[in-house]
Design a protein around this ligand. Structure first.
Ligand SMILES: [Cu+2]
Length: 377
């Protein structure tokens, strides 16, 4: 945290020295000061940070200058004798009033920014609901009927064994959150399971998502680009595997993306009406499984003994389809096996179930069609 706060102020000698002490190896990429960000709030926060920083520098310089001067001029070898007084009203007034004025000077702009920061509702153009889920994010455009899940991309999973092979190690998602520039976006945060936190430094948004509560925040993104973030609240085993990617684009591009998302949802609904082949279900099921289930049940279905049951050889997976459908659609209360009906569509659930029954070391030989999931909801 301290390194986020102090990053990128080349003009400051004090910070330069600090960096040399803390970072013995010269890093060309390493920036000292806090990043400025791309939203009005982030710039206000940066301004506040710099204001307080320079006030501290001035106080530091003044205090140490007086100290150094006094030590030198009133040294013992010159025969200096310490004055012997106490209860100086003048001094007490000075050292009460001076800090008070400084604090008021800081509090005025800080309060203005804080009030602005809290005002998510006024003139919001877009309302976006952000739901934390172990371990992924769900985004719902409240007025658009568009909703999707964003989880760690396979490309980022593949590099776990060799982090250097991808510069965005653990920071890539399968579905980016696309937002338009220049619009006021109101974020509403909540959670399905435990406390997560949605943190994107460039947007200056860091907000807890808590089950049963709704927190809000807002941003007007001023510059198109890709902005990355992560879950910032320790939320369990895969806390470090639920990154955030915001892709800020122009309004027409955003509308095009929205239309594409709606078309995709319509296509998925239509696909749910069809009969699927075993091959297609298993192929799709593998992707769904790796993105949604592997974190607990293991990439090969081995589970984690004592915590998460194995899929390989599981009585439920190899048993009656109804029981298998039930635990995945409705979850199991009191355990971390969540209900997937709000997270996956009929085709995805049918695919992952068929995959589990015919892969990961199981060979039941039957298929579960999307229509069966529809009936079970
Ligand atoms: Cu989290």
């Amino acid at each position: 945290m301290i390194f986020n706060k102090l990053s990128r102020c080349s003009s400051s000698v004090a910070m330069g020295i600090l960096s040399m002490l803390v970072m013995p190896v010269a890093q060309a990429e390493y920036k000292l000061n806090m990043t400025e960000g791309v939203t009005p709030i982030s710039q206000d926060l940066y301004g506040l940070h710099m204001l307080v920083f320079w006030i501290c520098v001035v106080i530091g310089v003044l205090v140490f200058a007086v100290m150094a001067w006094s030590i030198f001029h009133h040294r013992k070898s010159k025969g200096a004798v310490a004055s012997n007084f106490h209860e100086s009203t003048t001094i007490e007034i000075i050292w009460t009033v001076a800090p008070l004025l400084i604090l008021i000077g800081i509090a005025i702009p800080a309060t203005a920014t804080l009030l602005d920061l809290e005002d998510a509702k006024t003139n919001a153009d877009i309302t976006l609901q952000v739901t934390g889920i172990q371990w992924k994010w769900k985004y719902t455009f409240v007025d658009e009927d568009v909703s999707f899940i964003s989880s760690l991309a396979q490309s980022s999973r593949d590099v776990i064994k060799d982090p250097t092979s991808n510069e965005n190690y653990l920071l890539e998602v399968d579905n980016e959150l696309v937002l338009p520039v220049g619009k006021k976006i109101r974020f509403l945060f909540h959670s399905n399971d435990v406390i997560h936190a949605w943190f994107v430094p460039a947007l200056a948004v860091k907000q807890d998502s808590i089950p049963g509560f709704i927190n809000d925040s807002w941003a007007i993104i001023e510059k198109p680009g890709i902005y990355r973030g992560q879950c910032a609240e320790l939320c369990g085993k895969d806390h470090g595997f639920m990154p955030i990617v915001v892709n800020a684009v122009s309004q027409p591009e955003y509308e095009e993306w929205l239309a594409g998302m709606k078309a995709e949802a319509a296509a998925a609904a239509a696909a749910g009406e069809e009969e699927w082949s075993m091959q297609d279900l298993v192929a799709r099921g593998e992707t769904v499984y790796q993105a949604n289930c592997a974190a607990c049940h293991g990439a090969t279905g081995a589970g984690i003994p004592g915590a998460f049951p194995a899929m390989t050889g599981s009585a439920i997976v190899n048993g009656d389809p109804a029981g298998h459908i039930d635990i995945v659609v409705n979850g199991k209360t009191g355990t971390s096996m969540a209900s997937f009906k709000g997270q996956l569509n009929d085709v995805d659930i049918a695919a992952v179930l068929t995959y589990e029954r015919n892969s990961l070391g199981n060979s039941v030989g039957d298929m579960i069609q999307p229509s069966a999931i529809k009936n079970a909801r």
